[in-house]
Design a protein around this ligand. Structure first.
Ligand SMILES: [Zn+2]
Length: 333
């Protein structure tokens, strides 16, 4: 049993309470490798933003859970080295699929876990979430739950169709389970292909696809039912078109990739939404930088010469999200 507190990590309780009061959101960035983690920590340290490091099931399978945990521990020390005296870094399990997975993360030094029972019948979701909350809270680990189904694919989490969260269920769900935050479905979606072209309209000026707006009415209803309760948005990458263009102009083939417009996320961040998950945008930033080097310098074979630019590009993206979209800069001085 390792307590996250010994590792210098924090849970989400205080950072969410401050985010709701302050009208901003905490970035939750997924990581699988060193360059990505370095970029996240550099961006958070430079902007003094609280940050949530997310580990998905796919990341655990790819990079090994033990290694990822020690990387997060190292990240705290690295942040201090960068001059961030009191880093507020949370290590969070993304889409935990069972009590056992959540328990093993709690026991292993995670400061926050998500139990995703959203695909289960309502009563089973309640029972599973409650069981995880009871265990996690013994160790002061915070728990994110989910109601409603997001469309799209994310590291083995996939659903054909989305179902908006039913606002009439949220009070019952939160009071029965005791969860600390709730992921809801209001039209965001996992992956880089969030909407089919037929769901979008075309901007006549640019020819780009414009996705349907998020269901802010559902969000407002949820907020009304649960005043001051932390809400989470998954699948909230914006799929920057300049990165998609860079990828495509250097041999890539991403067609009709479309995300959530940043002005909609800005609006959400000012509400009870206090955690916004971003993964695909970082993948795009990394891939764009690597493709550019491979295309422009085909003789290059030192990984540092293409992973270095990839790291720089991800860092730029993370700082942009923190400062221009979520507004969490300067909130962890
Ligand atoms: Zn998700």
């Amino acid at each position: 049993m390792v307590s996250y507190k010994e590792l210098g990590l924090v849970n989400t309780r205080e950072m969410f309470a401050k985010a709701i009061d302050g009208g901003y959101a905490i970035p939750a960035f997924n990581f699988n490798n060193m360059e990505q983690l370095q970029a996240i920590i550099m961006a958070a340290a430079e902007t003094k933003s609280p940050v949530i490091l997310q580990v998905s099931k796919g990341a655990r399978a790819y990079a090994n859970q033990t290694l990822l945990r020690y990387m997060a521990q190292g990240a705290v020390e690295y942040a201090k080295e960068l001059g961030w005296e009191k880093p507020q870094i949370c290590l969070h399990l993304d889409h935990g699929d069972s009590f056992e997975t959540c328990k093993s993360c709690v026991d292993f030094g995670f400061s926050s876990v998500m139990i995703d029972g959203s695909s289960l019948p309502y009563d089973e979701n309640v029972a599973l979430t409650k069981k995880v909350v009871e265990y996690a809270h013994k160790y002061d680990v915070t728990v994110e739950a989910e109601l409603g189904v997001l469309a799209g694919v994310e590291d083995e989490v996939s659903a054909e169709e989305s179902h908006y969260t039913k606002p009439e269920e949220v009070i019952d769900f939160v009071s029965k389970t005791g969860c600390d935050s709730l992921a809801i479905s209001i039209g965001t979606s996992h992956g880089a292909y969030k909407f089919k072209p037929e769901q979008c309209t075309v901007d006549p000026a640019t020819g780009r696809l414009v996705p349907p707006p998020l269901a802010f009415d559902v969000l407002a209803e949820v907020e009304k039912k649960l005043p001051g309760f932390p809400i989470v948005l998954h699948g909230s990458s914006s799929v920057p078109q300049d990165e998609v263009d860079t990828i495509n102009s250097h041999g890539g083939k991403l067609q009709a990739a479309v995300g959530i417009p940043e002005e909609q996320l800005r609006k959400a961040a000012k509400s009870a939404v206090c955690k916004i998950n971003i993964d695909s945008d970082s993948r795009l930033a990394m891939t764009a930088a690597v493709r550019r080097v491979f295309d422009e310098k085909p003789a290059e074979f030192d990984p540092r010469k293409y992973l270095g630019p990839a790291r720089d590009n991800m860092k730029k993206l993370y700082i942009h999200k923190i400062v221009n979209v979520l507004g969490s800069d300067g909130k962890a001085e």
